[in-house]
Design a binder for this molecule. Sequence first.
Ligand code: BG6
Length: 475
Amino acid sequence: MENIKVNTPTVVVVFGARGDLGRRKLFPAFFDLYSKGILPDKFKLLGVSRAGISKGEFEEVVKNSISEFYKGEARSEKLAGFAGLSDYLCGTFEDFEMYKKISEELLNMDREFGVCSNKLFYLAVPPKNYETILKNLDRSGLTIPCSGAEGWTRVLIEKPFGSDLKTAKSLDRLLGELFHEEQIFRIDHYLAKETIQNILTFRFTNTLFEPIWNNKYIEKVEISLFEKLDVSERGGFYDGIGALRDVGQNHILQILASIAMENPKELNAKNIRAKRAKVLSELKSISKKEMQNSVVKGQYEGYLDEKGVAEDSKTETYFKLKAFLKNKRWKGVPFILESGKALAESKIEAKVFFKEKKPCFCAAPHEKHVHQNILTFKIQPDESIMLQFYVKKPSLTMDYTEQDLTFKYGGDALGNVMPDAYEKILFDCIVGDQTLFTSTKEVMFSWKFITAILEVWQNEEPKIYQKGSEGPDAS
Ligand code: BG6
């Protein structure tokens, strides 16, 4: 990525520029691209939010967020250079006059650049603001490209994309009415994680695993997204949304798609998105009857006391479910999907359990031995891919022992630091590559599967678990 330069003049307009996402993720990610010389020479960042601050104060916000959250070294000249590219406008998203101000600002920038620049509109705002901003963007003409050849315009939308199948459909319909599909970038930042992108490379570049990547050899797949953190300051956002919508419908199902999809044959957005969508369409709906044994809904003790949480909230902070795919390759193989907040450890991984070879080639094969090959994609932390296997223990007997082959990121061979997911998102959006952004179909199929569970869950009391534990006992 370091040798790639995007050199068409570009302006990024960030709605909700004073929010958490901008501070924690976007500004540090843009700064990294800038430091590596990847951003266009003619680049501007226009922050928009309701806070009445000056351009100078916004520059300080940008600088401070980089100093706090950027993982590399942020030298002061670079920091000042990058912050100097930013500008700021204050206004409310409902106020149409503000869009006129944005338009004037963008015209000034284009005059300075001497060309019609590309415009990227990033909605870093709560979903309730999407419709207002999208409609005003359209009405103001801001998203009309200068021509077919110059000055593209693109819109980046964060998750959650709707709150169920119905609302997702209506948001997608609105987007479809206002923009062309090539202009719409639906974000699921997990797709852009280096460790998740690598699942496809690992599967489809090696001859070793693909022939056994099916129900004949695989017993089950476990996908876990465990977080030690509780909802902390995010109670107001999280309550009523819950774990299944927050990370199940998107991040976890996209990991499942990477593990289970068919070979897209070519490395392009059209093929890859189509294969992801196909496998998501094959998720078997969990019926009301099956829910009893296949799904667990949990809430950590103390959640009801969090700021912004309703005192009788039934929102889940934990779920575990068993999913199956209706296709030949995966028939009968359970995918155990599990996620929770305030758990014992933070760990995100996908584990593929191969069936045991029976009988074992070992001393006393009639006795109970466990010798199952397990392939683990450690998504974070300790980013790595690990294969557990068995070898003969050097001895006078045929006893065996477990060993592993592990590829670790950041090791000497690959040296450099992994790009952050948001860096990849911004870079791909600027170059116009939609591979790691979700399509309408993917969003709809995943919501279809999740909505059926949410409907049954509506009035179901969650099982309470202790903070710092491994979730409710029943799971
Ligand atoms: C977000 C969820 O999409 O993903 C959060 O809203 C969750 O609740 C986060 O904590 C996890 O992302 P990451 O990149 O920190 O693993």
